[in-house]
Write a protein of this length. Sequence first.
Length: 315
Amino acid sequence: MKSDLISIVVPCYNEEASISLFIEETNKVIEKITKKYGAEFEYIFVDDGSKDNTANVMREQANKDSAVKYVVLSKNFGKESAIYAGFTAAKGGFVAVMDVDLQDPPYMLEEMYEAIKNEGYNCCAARRTTRAGEPKIRSFFARLFYRLINKISKTEIVDGARDFRMMDRNMVDAILDVCEYNRFSKGIFSWVGFNTKWLDYENVERQCGESKWSFWKLFIYSLDGIMAFSTVPLSIASFAGIFFCALSFFMIIFFCAKTLIFGEPVAGYPSLVCIIFLVSGVQLFCLGIIGQYLSKTYLETKKRPIFIVKETNIS
């Protein structure tokens, strides 16, 4: 580990068109920091099982610049695993995480470094104040997710928070100690604690390539985050069971009393079918919640590696 080295971890999946431009733009900021503080830099590109020419582009850049390091994973493990792989490979006393599509503005690196170096922070992170350029439906559900998870979880996740941040070695080591198989980095960054400074910025659209995050993938990702940092859904299932048991008990008493006192028969085949469908639906919903938690537990108990390295130029 080198205390004056800044490692920039860049997870990539099918990003052959973005890597060269990313290095070109980021190097402009790196030159300023190097001249001002004398710090050294290294790039840690992590190819998360790309199906295009991403790995070859990484190799080409590494041959041009010794500061460019790369890790090629054996398959697509997901962005969370790729970030973790980058952290394990990073040797710097300062470690930054950035997206290669330049939606994370490189100019913010200088202010992040100064916050940790001179202001006593362990982490300096970026958060978007706007979502210009995003589909409105995605923005709506994103804000809904942040409001929901902050109400049901003890771990605060800042609205608009990005993975884009710089951390000191103490915080990175703490994150590496959290070796969960089912990872939700935004939650882990918050859960480990440490002093964090937030930098606001307006949303920047992707410079090239296409986003790999569909609405469905983001929805699944949000569910992973909720289940990773809250057990409230399990409580909801329990309370739903108690509520319907109590409701059925009072309905039995009501219909028995109605029949005995007023002599009215209990009618309503359609109403009976509706009740059966309602209760069955709630039961399946609750079983689904329990099943999701059980599946996560099952995967954790297998102790599978978070990632597998196929190739790297890091010695």
